[in-house]
Write a protein that binds this ligand. Sequence first.
Ligand SMILES: *[C@@H]1O[C@H](CO)[C@@H](O)[C@H](O)[C@H]1NC(C)=O
Ligand SMILES: *[C@@H]1O[C@H](CO)[C@@H](O)[C@H](O)[C@H]1NC(C)=O
Ligand SMILES: *[C@@H]1O[C@H](CO)[C@@H](O)[C@H](O)[C@H]1NC(C)=O
Ligand SMILES: *[C@@H]1O[C@H](CO)[C@@H](O)[C@H](O)[C@H]1NC(C)=O
Ligand SMILES: *[C@@H]1O[C@H](CO)[C@@H](O)[C@H](O)[C@H]1NC(C)=O
Length: 818
Amino acid sequence: MGQKTNIYLTLLFVYLCWGQRSNPEGERSSCNQCDLQLACNCSYGGFTRIPMVTDRALTLDLSFNDITGVTSDDLRGHRRLRALSLHGNRVAMIHPSAFDSLWSLEELDLSDNQLTALNHKWFRNLEALQKLNLLNNPYSCLGSRPVFQRLVRLRRLGFGGPALEELKRRDLSGVTELEELTVHGNNLKSYESGALGDVWPLGSVTLSLHGPFLTNTALASAVLADVTYPETPLILEDLHLIGNESVQPFRESAKRRVRKISFNNLFVSDEAIVNLLVALDGVPVTSVFMDGVTLTGEGRWERAKQTDQKSIDEFFVRNVVVLNVFKFVSFLQLGFMLKYPRKVSVINSRVYVMPCNTSHLLSNLQYLDLSDNLLTDLTLTETMCNGDGTMKDLRVLNVSGNALKSLSTVSQQVAKLSKLTHLDISRTGYISMPEGCSWPSTLRYLNISRAKLTTITPCLPATLEVLDLSNNDLNDFILILPALRELHLSGNKLLKLPPGWLFPNLQTLTIQANTLNRFGRADLLSYGRLQDLRAGQNKFACSCDFVYFLQSAIKGGEDVHLADGEESYVCDSPFYLQGEPVAQVQLSIVVCHRVLFVSVSCGVALFVGILLCVLLWRLHAFWYVKMTWAWLRAKRSSLRRRHRRTRVGSEELPSFDAFVSYSERDASWVENLLVPELEEPRENDEDSDQRMLRPLTLCLHKRDFLPGHWIVDNIMSAMERSRRTVFVLSENFVQSDWCRYELDFSHFQLFDGNAGGDEAILILLEPLSTDDIPKRFCKLRKLMSSTTYLEWPQDEERTGEFWRSLRHALRGEDEDDY
Ligand SMILES: *[C@@H]1O[C@H](CO)[C@@H](O)[C@H](O)[C@H]1NC(C)=O
Ligand SMILES: *[C@@H]1O[C@H](CO)[C@@H](O)[C@H](O)[C@H]1NC(C)=O
Ligand SMILES: *[C@@H]1O[C@H](CO)[C@@H](O)[C@H](O)[C@H]1NC(C)=O
Ligand SMILES: *[C@@H]1O[C@H](CO)[C@@H](O)[C@H](O)[C@H]1NC(C)=O
Ligand SMILES: *[C@@H]1O[C@H](CO)[C@@H](O)[C@H](O)[C@H]1NC(C)=O
């Protein structure tokens, strides 16, 4: 029993391990690095499987990941995919139907992977494929069945690698026409003649045949024989040409009259060069390119003197290393070769001088490129034979990237080259410009970029059509150049565009990465013919004018085209716009029409203010404010008074039974009727009640107000000292401000709770209904509706009754206090 359990557990364990191992990477991750053009760049993403990518993707770059295989599902649904790169992964396994859905695929890059065998099934649906790169995988042959058979549109093909050993005749069947063929067969051991022979026309062919050229020249010859055509440039890489034997394959190319031969990464001896020249004797080779050459010999090539190299037109070498520099002889013996070419380039090869005698030999020369060497002013003088006009046909001279310091030297040296049109003296050490220089009258193109010039002078010839002064230290540019079509001033320190009238024919101006703040329509109008302007990467101050102008130019609304694209134009100031692309800046009206904005807003404010004043006036707001203010002041002084009184505790102010509030216009009634009636004792009244007959004390503002005090204070204190306030209401009352204050104070007092009961007594002198009282006297209206009022009778007989009621009201319950 126990043993059985053990077995089960073991099985389970094995199962779990297996289950895990069968899917070691787990879930497929996804890659969202797709741009608007649906180009997805998932390179350097660390993916171990093909990630999930939108199936609308048009290009998918998966280079430099750790992908080990492609399953049948990984690329399912990618019907639109045009380009797929798996370059630089570890792909060892591709399912036969992995690429089946890639019907639109035009480019497939499987280079630098671990494919040990190719399968023709991968490509069975890729009929749209134009470019296929299978280089540098460890397969030793192309497969048992032709792999490219179905690729009817194939135009660029690369295959082979260090492991490729065998090419058979049928391997490339189906491939008939290519623009580019690249074969890496450094270790090729067997080549069936004709394997590459059916590919024609062939645009260019690149072969790496290091091993065959060293050890199996018959094989190399067979390959060259199959791919050499007069119109097909032949590019040979990684060759090691030492003895006579190693150059024999070129006899095949010579037989097929090759015209253009290039060598990349060539290691070559004197003997091999001589034999190569012999092998190519009389062959119409027009150009020889060599990039990355190591010369082991001493330059003794004169043994090939008898050969015919008449057809050589262009000779280009770059990155030459001479192992025996000190033993290396000059090319003086090579007149048989040097007198033919029209173009010679010796670039980045530590040339410090080309002797004048060699220059003499180059009698056919029209184009000389000695850029990136070690020439100085002195050795340049030697090379140009002290400016005597040797190389009389020279049209283009390129000495860029040399240690030249004097601009007047170079101008003297070329002055007599009566056909010189192009002079490239860029990347040199020129610091200043002499006031005058002599140039050939034919000079049209001058490149002095990346020097250290700070000013320009009339040294620059007026014949120039193209002038490149970019990456100097120029602050301004004032010089008339009537023929100039192109001016390049990027990378200087210009603050503004040079005035356009200097260059009536200018069509292209580049002035990127200067310190331009702004430019505008007026600046550009001065250029009569400007079409292309590149002015990005400057420190633009995004003013309104500039932003409007540039946005219009971006939309094509101006005559000039901003050739460097809108994204190069970025605001530097004001601070809140820093870093913002000018095309996207949106300036508000506040910023752009300040004067207009200020005047309009002031106008509006004024209007609103006036409107408000009118409204307030209509609503009597001022009156209310005045009232409240008066009341507050009075209230404060009343409080002070009360404090003083309680502190002193003495002399109680005389108190009144009633304060009479009335309008000046009603004074006669008050003085003639009310005062005598109430203040004088009455004996002959039918009312026998004694206390009713006691005279009342009244406070009248005319009589009892303290002179010299503020009137509101007076009112306040009068009301405080009176038990009641009698309001004599009439039309006049309503008109009088003071009376209304009084009314209001009484009301406030009611609220203050200083007195109990009805303090206010209303007397209506004339019939007055609530509706006659203006709405804003809401207190009065309220009082009238809440307090019963006494009406002054119109007929005399009822006056007695009125006075009685009034007295009664004035005495009221207060009598209990007595
Ligand atoms: C993808 O990005 C890499 C750098 O991350 C770049 O080298 C490569 O050219 C890009 N591929 C494409 C197709 O643009
Ligand atoms: C080089 O080899 C070829 C053929 O093998 C022969 O004809 C020629 O004479 C040799 N040249 C020299 C210099 O040995
Ligand atoms: C250059 O050639 C002239 C005659 O052709 C000769 O006299 C002179 O010595 C040569 N100069 C050098 C440096 O070989
Ligand atoms: C001169 O050489 C430099 C560097 O090789 C190159 O960039 C430049 O285009 C050349 N100038 C001309 C006029 O060919
Ligand atoms: C001037 O020379 C520089 C550097 O050699 C090169 O990059 C530039 O393209 C040249 N200018 C023109 C207008 O050809």
